[in-house]
Structure formats: structure tokens, C-alpha cells
Design a binder for this molecule. Sequence first.
Ligand code: BES
Ligand code: ZN
Ligand code: ZN
Length: 489
Amino acid sequence: MHITLTPTHGESDAQRIRLITAEQIGHDFEGSLGAAFAKTKGTLVTDPNDAAVLLLGIGDGGVRDAQFSARKLVTALRDLPQDLRIDAGILSSPTSRDASHEPLDSTLDAFKAFVRGLWLGAYQLDLWKGERPVDVLAETKIDIDGVDGGASDRDALAVAVEEARALALGQLAAMHLVDRPANAKRPMDVADYITEFGTRHGFGVEVFESEALEIQGFGGILAVGRASTHPPCLVKLTYGGVSSAHHLGLIGKGVTFDTGGISIKASKNMGFMKSDLGGAAAVLGTFVAAAELSLPVTLTGLIPLAENVIAGNAYLPSDVIRNYGGKTIEITDTDAEGRMLLADALAYLPEVATPDFTIDVATLTGSAVQTFGYECAAAFTHDDEVYRALAAVGDAIGERIWRLPLWEEYEPELKSDVADIKHYHGLPVAGAINAAKFLEYFAADKSRWMHLDIAGVAFGASGFTKDRAATGFGVALLCSYLQTFADVD
Ligand code: BES
Ligand code: ZN
Ligand code: ZN
């Protein structure tokens, strides 16, 4: 599908404008699209060349609605032979914009979200159905047509289109990973998947296989992955040069499937636990988007990967595990496996990089879901400034975060009688905070670290699928945050 964004010529051009009905297009999109567009004031029309045309006044539904509508549009129309021309009000010049149009600045975020949504409309979940379907992404082209506004308008819009595309590509990389079935993403498969993206988009990828992890003493990753016939590994990602506006360390939980291990989960909906690498996916997607945009920042990423399953050699509650760096950890519940991977990665990061700030991203606790539902990620940090900046970016792009405390009053719950630290307090209270306090213990510089628990937002009702599906949460958030450093320069 070739999508062209063009300046609107106004709804007064009544000759050209005709609402497309479901019969005309032989496709029920009025129902699905009608609802989707309620908030974007779109009007679907045909033009003399029979391209589908959407007249659009973006902005009044906010970024989430703009993105959702655009994705819905492409999803519904992508099988049609027609190209799609979108007459978007925002594209008209300041002079031809009528009084009802929003000023460019206030609608730019929504416009960007809309274009991101157009790209996300190319997302395919049905890769395992019958014969492999066409690659919609490869066949999608989105152009921006002659904007008749001033040069600055045109530049701003062209940049927005480019940024939206980069974010979408990163998000799609993340979504494809999270939605894959467990048997198509064993730890080393994921390492290969990441390597492919590194080669294609120009960032460094190094894979440490389990033998290397043994030699270097990554006790946490090895304990969690031990019972699987598909061995664990650790992937290191690098992007950018030494001198840059900002160096961010990124760590992503990569549990390819979480059965809970010996502390086994209930079987109902256990399949959802194929999504337990949402943090890893967010880190990968951020690298893809940052590289696509050639952001002038440095990134060091660590993605520990393991499958948490059961066998005779599985790690057990009561085990004491020595993590990377030598601290001993008392295991109280093998379902609290993510923090074991993250502890190793947090302890290892200063060996390979000295980032200005480090963020770990993880589908870590059911407690974060109980607290915030599916609305936002739980954020933990001592750095007020970074929190405010990231929260503001999240509000603007539609991926919200909200803060929970790291007060020292929560520390006694980490005390173990037998080891340096207990990895889970075993209490039915403050689970997300307990996990964050555990991670804080391993952070090289606690004052320049943030933990994002994305358990509630990485995988959910999408509005496009029957079951839950990946959201790509974190990619747009982290990449847009990195852009704030690029803008300063
Ligand atoms: N992967 C889960 C957390 C999770 C729950 C992610 C729901 C997405 C949706 C994590 O490894 C886990 O099992 N957490 C347990 C920890 C507990 C046993 C200490 C939890 O939160 O129930
Ligand atoms: Zn678990
Ligand atoms: Zn898990």
C-alpha cells in the first residue's frame, strides 16, 4: 500500500467529496473505522482517481487516539488494491488553514502519533497461519506530498514523518519478538534476532553463550536458565561513539517463557508468559529507532535471556545463588526469576560501560499490574529530574509512567538469615517495590538508575486482535527521551 499525506484542500470542495460506503469498497470498514475516527473528525471520501481519501483534522483525540485511528485505517484498508491518499488538515499552509484548524505546534505530537500508527498498521500477527502472508511492512510506503506551507512547516512535518517511521520500526521489532510463540524464541533464537537487527540498522551486538557465562560467574542468569534444554545467554548491544550528548545504559528482562519454575504458575493463561521479554524487546526497539534516527547519543544495552522451566536440575526455593560480582542471594520463589537476570546485568554493566544514567525495563511483577492496571508503567528512581523528564515525554507520546517509592523503610524485607540478600519477601504486600529494592541493591550507582516495571503495559488488549498482543511499550518512550538530549545540541 502506498500512502501519501497531502495538504487538505478544504471540505468546501464538495464535488470531489463523497462518503465511501461499505458496498462501494466491498469491505466493512465503515463500522470499524467509523468508531475509530469518531475522535479524529475524519471523513472518508473518494476522489476522481478512486484513491481512498481521508480528510483529517488531527488533534482533538490526543496522541493515543491519533495513533489508534491511523493503525485501524491501514489495518482495515491494507488488503485493498487502492492506494491511500490522506488529506490531513495539519498539512495545509498557515495561510490556507482556516480558523478552525489547530496551530501546527499543538497538533504536531498527534500528527506524529498518527503517522506512527500508519506504520503500525502494517503489523502482522498471523505469521503462522497457512501459507506465509505477504510482508505488508515491506510493501508499505508512506510519502509526504508537496506541502504548500512555508519551509519551516514543511521541515517540521518531514522530520515528524521520519521520526514516526523510526519509532514505528523500533516498536515493530519489539512487537514481533513479544508476540512470537515460545517455541520460536528460545534464548539463542532471540540473540540471533537481535543480531540481525544490529546488522541491518548499524549497532553492535555481542552474544555471551552459557559457557562464557559459567566462566565469568553469571550465577543468576545460569540458575534461572539451568532447567531448560535451551541454554541461557547474555546479549550486549552498543550504539554511538564515545563523545555524545548522553550515554544511557539499558537493561531488559528477557525471559523467553516464564512457567514460574518449581514455584509453578497456574496453567490458566500461562501462555501469556511468552511476553515476559517485553523489557528486552523495548531495549532492542530503542536501539533500532535510535540507530534509524542517527541520534547523537551513546547506548550500552544488556539483555539477559533465559527460559524459566522445570527439570530435575531446576533451581529450588532455599537455594543460595552467587550472582555476577559475588553477592549471595537466597531464593524464596523461583517465579521471581526476572530480578535474578537483572541483578547479574546490573552488576556487570560497570565492567563494560560508564553510562550517565541506567534504566532497566522489565515485565517484573503482578503487583505492578494490580497497582496500575494497564495504564502506565511503574517507575522507581531517586532522580527527580530524570523522572520528570521521562514522565513528560511519556505523556506526550502516549506511554505513561508513574512513580512508586524506594524508601529505606522497605529495606528490612530484603534481609536473609543465610545469604547477603533475600530475593523476594514472600509477603502479599508491596511486591513491585520489594522487587525494585532488590534491584537497587545491585545498581552500580543507585542515584543514577531507574527501574521500569512494564508488566501491565507490554502485552494487552490492543483493539486489533482477539487475544492480548504486544504493545511495543517503551520504545517510543525511551527513544523520544533520548531525542531530548539530541535537541539540546
Ligand atoms: N513475569 C512475571 C511478572 C508478570 C506478571 C508479568 C503478570 C506480566 C504479567 C514475574 O516473573 C513473576 O512471576 N512475578 C511474580 C513474583 C512473585 C512470585 C515473587 C508475581 O508478581 O506474581
Ligand atoms: Zn516469574
Ligand atoms: Zn517473569
